[in-house]
Design a binder for this molecule. Structure first.
Ligand SMILES: Nc1ncnc2c1ncn2[C@@H]1O[C@H](COP(=O)(O)OP(=O)(O)OP(=O)(O)O)[C@@H](O)[C@H]1O
Ligand SMILES: [Mg+2]
Ligand SMILES: [Zn+2]
Length: 507
């Protein structure tokens, strides 16, 4: 007889056998018992969490002659036995993923009016309903609006966001959740005992962890491991069969990344290539390990759900203790993004290496002090009209007179200051010396004219550049020696700013 895969062999037949979805099976069971059932249901949630299985149980339960105490079908009455026959058309499964479902939904619309052949209700299970084309959705909507009394719809999807609101509002919605590692281990124990196969507990933990919350994926992986192992299914063989890197290696690589040790990280990575580990696998395992580190850092008693060996958990906790949350989050972001991108990349290896380097390269100081310092530097820079991304040396460089003048003019224009009209016509040569802005005009007339609005310009200079304390407007030929002299004289006279009107001769 052909081999029946575990996930088909162990499809739950009663609500009680459905793991981890008590919030759903209980509500459905109560509806069945009270006869208070809806005509359209929507089952959503990740793949392999029980949507189709529960839909099938419900479809039989609603027709069963002697349902069990929890509302499940008995599996023994005449109707239950008839419905178990795949040829029976009272429970119809439509796969919307094939041909966008247009023909099927049209048939459905034409056929709903016919009574069920043996059962009380005709149940349509529309799987992957998000794949329906817009036309098919419209056709379905018509039927959903006024379904005949004897018809129940169960729509199932992994992508509820793709379902039109018009359909959503006509259905009773149930969200299937991912299964916990404990629940998956329970599922595996049940399957291994069911087929009489010996196993090491740790082997099941490793399979459950690789299943990522999906019961079907977990059972499929178990199938692979069973075929790989000759007799007892052991931890070491499972690691080999699934191509999983040893958790120690992954933790070492993760630690390198979090410590910013690119050199060591790339060495670790190449070691993994040599062992034949897949790029996607390595990437996902780093992401999972980062999630463990984050749990260990932020959540008390995290290992009750991480299920790492206590030795491993201790190591993870040590890495977590010496790493800032911001670094862990940055690395998680990098690897989650990578997982999506790898699917489309023709250079997955390069992408993984890029991600490792990118995740390593956050040398910034994320302590509160470090962040405050950086905010202060940005503020100062903005006040001076600077731009982002300048190096420390650039920040310390003396202010360039031309830039200062340009910024001041822009500010005056922005404020619609009357001084701007004059300044648009005259451009001086500028220098910043000893915290004073010197503006030299080649044309003595210009110098005189601009001097009439010196106060306004100076106010703008001080506002834009707090480190500049004054402004001097001078004719070009009064450069150097002369203005220094004038400075001295005016200082003696108690003036803080010099407005020399006209040229040297007028001074
Ligand atoms: N909650 C569960 N409890 C026990 N077994 C489950 C559960 N969910 C899934 N399984 C197992 O996985 C198999 C597939 O489940 P099912 O078809 O119901 O998933 P699904 O949510 O419809 O997945 P998909 O979104 O891929 O259609 C079942 O035959 C069963 O072996
Ligand atoms: Mg399904
Ligand atoms: Zn029955």
């Amino acid at each position: 007889m052909a081999y029946v895969s575990l996930y088909r062999k162990f499809r739950p037949q009663t609500f009680e056998k459905v793991i981890g979805q008590k919030h759903i099976t209980r509500t459905l069971g109560n509806q069945l018992k009270s006869g208070n059932i809806s005509h359209a249901y929507l089952f959503t949630g990740s793949r392999g969490t029980g949507k189709t299985s529960v839909a099938k149980i419900f479809a039989r339960a609603v027709n069963c002659e002697h349902p069990l105490a929890d509302g499940s079908p008995c599996g023994e009455c005449a109707t239950c036995r008839e419905l178990a026959n795949p040829a029976c058309l009272d429970i119809l499964e439509i796969d919307a993923a094939s041909n966008n479902g247009v023909d099927e939904i049209r048939d459905l619309r034409d056929n709903v009016k016919y009574m069920p052949s043996i059962a009380k209700y005709k149940v349509y299970i529309v799987d992957e309903v998000h794949m329906l084309s817009p036309q098919a959705f419209n056709a379905l909507l018509k039927t959903l609006e006024e379904p005949p009394e004897h018809v129940i719809f169960i729509l199932a999807t992994t992508e509820v966001q793709k379902i039109p609101a018009t359909i959503l509002s006509r259905c009773m919605r149930f969200d299937f959740r991912l299964l916990t590692i404990d629940e998956l281990i329970k599922l595996l124990i049940n399957a291994f005992e069911g087929i009489g196969r010996k196993y090491e507990y740790d082997a099941l933990v490793a399979i459950a962890q690789a299943g990522q919350g999906s019961a079907r994926d977990t059972l499929s992986l178990a199938d692979m491991c069973i075929s790989y192992c000759s007799d007892e299914v052991t931890y070491d063989q499972v690691i080999e069969a699934l191509g999983i890197c040893s958790p120690e290696l992954i933790l070492k690589l993760t630690e390198d990344i979090l410590q910013g040790d690119v050199d060591s990280a790339l060495h670790e990575l190449n070691g993994m290539y040599e062992q034949g580990k897949s790029i996607g696998g390595i990437s996902r395992e780093i992401a999972s390990m980062l999630s463990c580190v984050s749990y260990a850092k932020n959540c008390n008693g995290a290992n009750t759900f991480l299920k790492l060996t206590s030795e491993m958990f201790d190591k993870v906790r040590q890495v977590a203790a010496k790493t800032e949350n911001a670094k862990i989050l940055h690395a998680m972001e990098v690897f989650c993004y990578l997982d999506g991108e790898l699917r489309y990349s023709t250079l997955p290896k390069v992408m993984l290496e890029m991600a490792v380097i990118k995740a390593c390269e956050i040398s910034s100081d994320f302590s509160q002090d470090g962040i405050l310092k950086r905010i202060k530097a940005i503020e100062e820079r903005l006040q001076r009209g600077g731009t982002f991304g300048a190096s420390a040396t650039e920040q310390a460089a003396p202010l360039d007179g031309k830039t200062v003048w340009g910024k001041v003019i822009t500010a005056l224009r922005r404020e619609n200051n009357s001084a701007r009209v004059l300044l648009d016509n005259y451009t001086p040569r500028c220098e910043v010396r000893d915290g004073i802005l010197f503006a030299y005009f080649a044309d003595p007339i210009a110098c005189r004219v601009v001097s009439t609005v010196a106060d306004m310009i100076e106010a703008a200079v001080k506002k834009e550049f707090p480190e500049i304390s004054g402004l001097k407007i001078l004719p070009e030929d009064l450069h150097d020696e002369a203005d220094v002299q004038i400075d001295k004289i005016k200082n003696l006279a108690g003036e803080s700013r010099v407005n020399v009107i006209g040229g040297k001769n007028n001074g």
